[in-house]
Design a protein around this ligand. Structure first.
Ligand code: NAD
Length: 477
């Protein structure tokens, strides 16, 4: 398969600069060709989106919803195929990818419904015979920049609300998810996407991103990715005074108190830390345990993690697939080498040839000071560190001792401590007896501190980002 751009309803395959794409589960297996776009493609996409905005923004919510419902049906029909493509492009296990496509279908339907809901307020006027109200109006052209780790769901949770609100889009997906992005866009076209409403431009972040942010007329940018890139995007948008939303890194903690029910807690820790091979912004990477049950937790984690199998993403016997790329493999391997200088509590097993793909065995370690890079830096791989604390108060302090604030969980049967944690844990998404990942699409999603620009995605929160408020008054005397 070849990646291709969609600009003004036309498919374009840039030929000057290409790269072969290999399956991270089998690095000798070529799955397609990535075609890098240049600045001219981005500018052309900007003009197309600008032109299409005139008509798309005038359509009714019901008309825009019609497109989203049709896209959701396309996704449903091609669910397996889309999941398999993404799984072979970036290595997410097939069962997780199927779940991700289902989430995307639900998101499309959720936002389609929003086309028929209220979008403002009537506000009493102090003057008589004046009708005063506010309404939400579309912004214009929105830049959508997405990462590779949720190659279907993250783009859809930006594109669907942006479209239902009447905006047009230039989408720049991560290089490592370009084939999946091409197929996702094809499904929009097959559902009847009008020309220019969604434009796809594939290529390098530095080339496309810089042109998009500095030379294209935009009204907003929604970005998910690393904190470093997010900060650059935030400053570029601030200079132009355009709306931005940056969802960035995490270093999420799960606290296990002495009264936790371990038979429910351990599976939630395993899933939080090791599904998607730890490559979730919401992954559990610090496990903070009260000292009286520390040895029990170590024993239970050892039992569970030593059974975890890593291997080819399409093999139903595996729990973890490979990490997404060779670069990612090298970064995570360096952290794994450091982690192994501590105490290894548990390590999983690789059931494929270790050299065949970007396989990294899941690892739980302890023996590190709380300011150690392993406990402070986002690893984005299957490594979790155990930290022993004396009390609930110390657990909260350690949990908050990070520059990030995306998600945090506590496992306890004490209601009072659970509720205090929800108040005192400094993260955008806080949970009791639930894993750190898995926040539902109809609820607001986002972080505090360096994890987010403090806006929220998903749920109805996204509608606030993709619109602006107009205050209207009519004297009908
Ligand atoms: P990344 O920052 O490298 O890339 C993200 C996107 O930005 C890609 O499309 C990339 O091409 C683009 N980009 C790179 N340089 C750019 C530039 N100068 N201008 C504009 N765009 C540019 O991140 P990644 O490696 O794809 O994703 C992993 C990161 O994403 C992790 O840090 C993870 O925590 C984070 N993430 C956060 C969330 C969240 O909701 N908070 C969700 C998923 C992933």
């Amino acid at each position: 398969m070849d990646s291709k751009n969609l600009i003004n309803g036309e498919w374009v395959i840039p030929e000057e600069d290409t790269k072969d794409v290999y399956n991270p589960s089998n690095i000798g297996d070529k799955v397609g060709i990535l075609h890098y776009s240049n600045s001219a493609h981005v500018k052309h996409a900007g003009e197309a989106a600008q032109l299409a905005f005139k008509d798309w923004s005038k359509r009714t919510g019901a008309q825009r919803a019609d497109l989203l419902y049709k896209v959701s049906s396309q996704f449903e029909e091609h669910r397996e195929e889309l999941a398999l493509l993404a799984s072979t492009e970036m290595g997410k296990p097939m069962n997780e990818m199927l779940g991700e496509v289902t989430r995307a279908i639900n998101i499309l339907r959720f936002y389609a419904g929003e086309g028929m809901r209220e979008c403002g307020d009537v506000i009493p006027a102090s003057q008589k015979n004046v009708l005063q109200f506010s309404k939400r109006v579309p912004l214009g052209v929105v830049g959508v920049i997405t990462p590779w780790n949720f190659p279907v769901a993250i783009p859809i949770w930006k594109i669907a609300p942006a479209l239902i609100c009447g905006n047009t889009i230039i989408w720049k997906p991560a290089e490592m998810a370009s084939l999946t992005a091409t197929r996702v866009t094809e499904l929009f076209v097959e559902a009847g996407l009008p020309a220019g409403v969604l434009n796809l431009v594939i290529g390098k972040g530095s080339v496309i991103g810089n042109t998009l942010l500095e030379e294209v007329k935009l009204e907003a940018v929604s970005f998910t990715g690393s904190t470093e890139t997010g900060q650059w995007i935030a400053s570029a948008c601030a200079k132009r005074n355009i709306k931005f939303q940056t969802e960035m890194g995490g270093k999420n903690a799960a606290v296990i108190l002495a009264d936790a029910n371990l038979s429910n807690t351990i599976p939630a820790i395993i899933s939080g830390a090791f599904s998607s091979a730890g490559q979730k912004c919401t992954a559990t990477s610090r496990i903070i345990v009260e000292e009286t049950i520390y040895e029990d937790v170590k024993r239970e984690l050892n039992r569970a993690v030593s059974k975890l199998k890593v291997g080819e993403a399409t093999d139903p016997a595996i729990y973890l697939g490979p990490v997404a790329s060779r670069d990612q493999y090298e970064i995570v391997t360096k952290y794994a080498d450091i982690a192994k200088r501590g105490n290894i509590i548990a390590e999983g097993i690789c059931i494929s040839d270790l050299n065949q793909g970007n396989f990294i065995t899941p690892l739980v370690v302890d023996g590190f000071e709380i300011d150690h890079p392993l406990i402070q830096e986002e690893i984005f791989g299957p490594i979790a560190v155990l930290i022993r604390v004396k009390s609930f108060e110390e657990a909260i302090q350690v949990c908050n001792n990070t520059i990030y604030g995306l998600t945090a969980s506590i496992f306890t049967s004490n209601l009072q401590k659970g509720l205090r944690f929800l108040d005192e844990a400094d993260a955008g998404m806080v949970r009791v007896n639930l894993e750190t990942a898995g926040v539902e699409y109809q609820a607001p999603f986002g972080g505090s501190k360096m994890s987010s620009s403090h806006t929220r995605e998903q749920g109805t929160a996204a509608l606030q980002f993709y619109t602006q408020v107009k205050t209207c008054a009519v004297n009908f005397e």
